[in-house]
Design a protein. Structure first.
Length: 367
């Protein structure tokens, strides 16, 4: 049974077995060429036959095929999955894991390895699986609005069946930044996006704290994230997104059929794809509605009112106040108090004004 040969991090993907292989891009013909213009947004695109599908364990292939057949029976020949999350939580590793290729660069140190979204489509028989990997939506300690804008552009052009909101199992609390993310995603994409969302927690092969069972640890982490999404995302508690735990490391434990399994016996890929298909079948595809989502469009109707108020204030309040001040305290030549006056300068300016008026008269008379 294959084991990884480098490091312990989730993002370090090196397999000596048969599940992962390097993928040579196929030529620009056939079905790959048909996907060359799937997106109008600035998205890297890669499409081709799912040549690595046969390298999955036989049991995993069966689960994938069964899940895809459910959608095919409903007349749906494609599943589009959008991945969202912070930097370094395992989005790109999850893409690699699902398609069975080392396609996306990964980094275990919290640094985003892509600077724009990447859409990877794989064809298997009559079915197409498309995964859209996105950059981290946090830069430093703030929300990266440009990434959210790009994601909204993608959603304008393409229906999204499922959203994977990716985070880590080994983080035990929901931070203020996490809450800001949920608020920003809701503001930009709408609360309806959470109906298509699966919370995906990576680093699932984690030993629980002393005195806590693995099931309790997972349950508490999921409950905290789901609760925060419901509060910040304005989602009813009975419509909270589903959640799954996965492990992307090639050192993950295996069952008798060579499938990766979690400490509680859950088969990683089978559980992930079955949950994704369940969400896709129970919720209509997410369609972006830009109305009211952009912060730039918020309260635009107030602009002409504010401008009109400024004009009225200047005309009837500010200008009157200036004229009143000049009447009692001075005029265009300065204050009336003699101690503040520069008589020579005032005389010089008055003479200049008289000369200007004289020249204007002469010009009008044609002299």
């Amino acid at each position: 049974m294959g084991r990884g040969t480098q490091g312990d991090g989730e993002e370090e993907w090196v397999e000596e077995g048969e599940e992962i292989e390097e993928f040579e891009e196929e030529g620009g013909s056939g079905r790959g060429a048909q996907c060359a213009s799937l997106f109008l947004a600035d998205v890297d695109q890669n499409a081709g036959e799912w040549s690595t599908f046969r390298h999955f364990p036989v049991a995993t292939q069966g689960v994938f095929q069964s899940a895809f057949n459910k959608l095919l029976d409903e007349g749906r020949s494609e599943l589009t999955v959008l991945l969202l999350g912070k930097n370094g939580v395992g989005k790109s590793s999850t893409v690699n894991h699902v398609i069975g290729e080392r396609k996306q660069k990964v980094n275990p140190y919290g640094v985003s390895t892509i600077d724009k979204p990447t859409a990877i489509s794989r064809f298997h028989g009559d079915f197409t699986l498309t995964l859209i990997d996105t950059p981290g939506i946090v830069v430093g300690d703030r929300i990266h609005e440009a990434t959210l804008n790009t994601i909204s552009d993608i959603a304008r052009e393409r229906l999204i069946d499922v959203v994977f909101y990716v985070d880590r199992l080994d983080i035990y609390d929901v931070s203020g930044l996490d809450k800001e993310i949920f608020e920003s995603v809701t503001r930009m994409l709408g609360s309806e996006i959470w109906a298509n969302t699966v919370v995906v927690l990576t680093h699932g092969e984690l030993d629980p704290p002393k005195g806590t069972s693995y099931a309790d640890m997972v349950s508490k982490r999921i409950d905290r994230i789901q609760g925060a999404i419901c509060r910040q995302g304005k989602v009813p508690s009975d419509a909270k997104p589903q959640a799954v735990v996965i492990e992307n490391s090639s050192k993950c434990a295996r069952n008798w059929s060579s499938e990766r399994v979690l400490p509680d016996g859950t088969v990683v890929l089978s559980n992930l794809i079955n949950t994704a298909v369940e969400v896709a079948m129970n919720a209509a595809p997410y369609e972006f509605n830009p109305k009211g989502k952009s912060p730039d469009a918020k309260s635009k109707w107030l602009i002409p009112l504010i401008f009109a108020a400024q004009v009225v204030f200047k005309r009837f309040v500010f200008d009157n106040a200036v004229r009143k001040w000049d009447k009692y305290n001075g005029d265009q030549w300065g204050p009336k108090q003699s101690e503040y006056k520069d008589e020579k300068y005032i005389a010089k300016m008055k003479e200049a004004k008289r000369e200007y008026i004289r020249r204007q008269k002469l010009k009008q008379e044609g002299r």
